[in-house]
Design a protein around this ligand. Sequence first.
Ligand code: GLN
Length: 549
Amino acid sequence: MTKYIFITGGVVSSLGKGMASASIGALLKARGYKVRMRKMDPYLNLDPGTMSPYQHGEVFVTEDGAETDLDLGHYERFIGNFCHKTDSISGGRIYYNVLKKERRGDYLGATVQAIPHVTDEIKDFIKSDLTDEDFVLYEIGGTVGDIEGTLFLEAIRQYANQIGKENCLFLHLTLLPYIPTAGELKTKPTQHSVKQLQETGIQPQILLCRSQMMISDNERQKIALFCNIAPEDVIIALDADSIYKIPLQYHNEGLDERILHYFHMENAPEPDLTRWEKIVSVIGNWKGHVKIAVVGKYCSLLEAYKSLGEAIYHGGIFHKTKVDIKWIESDSLETMSKKELDETFSDIHGILVPGGFGNRGIEGKIIAEQYARENKIPFFGICLGMQTAVIESARHLLGIKDANSTEFSENCTPIVALMTEWVKNGEIQTRNKNTDVGGTMRLGAYPCKLKEGSLAAKLYETNDTIYERHRHRYEVSKKIVEQLETHGMIMSGVSPDGLLPEIVELKNHPFFIAVQFHPEFKSRAFDPHPLFKGFIDAAIKHQKKIIRE
Ligand code: GLN
């Protein structure tokens, strides 16, 4: 029988519930169990696809093309499995489904109510699309006490009651704040948070308490007494200096063992934690350092580049090299003199221009790309970073001064233009200017054919087809890439119909590659993505070259 673990958060937001959930999933997976991870976000957007990165951080794209919460990125990175469209839902989607059913007449004239109709819809999601998982983990977004979350808590309470409490575990993540003047960790906010959860009819069985320091036995007893649980089920989650240390830390605190104890699975196999031990040993013994400039648009909120930052770090793990990232707001480059640009990039071993939307900072990205191309600094462009790299080459190598994307300018020579047609699973998808913005991009995994002998084929170690995840509405003109061939540009990856450029690279450069997709979504610390491995390798070589000179 599948076991369900519901993870809620209390006291304050931003406690790292996603990381905590992913780490628990990783520990169960390490014992050989089949684990599935899901996220329920109470907000009313249908999905985070239309939300600003400043509001919500990164939009994580699944293989099957869902635009989801960034926590699904943590899940994939820690468990190693792909998440699916059906692994994430929002309050908005729940209400949308309920209202669609009401319009269809599915409720047979009943008054549609929060309970049972909305809670039933949530429970339908909980049990939907499951196969033979040993454990399914459900992270509930937000903090206990949020108005939007109420019906989600009610639904999981009902669900546990229906399928048997012995099959459901409620794990609550809280904070033990340290008050310096008193020199103490405080347990009261945790007590209040659990009380609030109990008011909804949910008794958490395990408390995971974020803390700066270990607690005394006395404090543990006190939390257990007031929160109605066993002292062994008060697990301390100490602040970690690397997220990759968390699974081992939780294991050492006995978290996975207490989960198995709750489900009466004491005879569970021992975990194989080798992959986590290896990573922790690398990050404690770096052999070198390189510095990468990420020239983006949302650099003041690094959550917006979550997967990207992780993928760069993974590339470093592969080479046992710590990568420091210099986050540069692209528009800051637009007013810089040549001398200032030289200073900005003087300590940089690689330049990466990531994905993005909208006009602001585009010229700055183009400046960074020209700088990388002309100064032979390793360059990696992703999605918008590929589009602007081709615009840069068109402007400065082909002399098309007004080369641009129709996303940014109506009166330009369109090097990048709105995609109106493409093929998905054998069917033609069509879009136009008036299409809704939500959920209509070219989304999810698409095949890409690699060109034999190219840098891309070398990095992927295949001349075959690869699959990468997309999230874009505009596309580089194939004709322009062909015109740029005389200047050393090659189209090293293309859609199977030969129409859509997926990867371009420059032959006369040590490492200049740009891709239309988002490789960062598929990188793992224990399985770094080939393009990030290659990019960091090039950065290390560039660093050596600078030292030699
Ligand atoms: N804004 C560009 C497009 O829609 C690039 C998108 C991205 O970088 N994800 O095509």
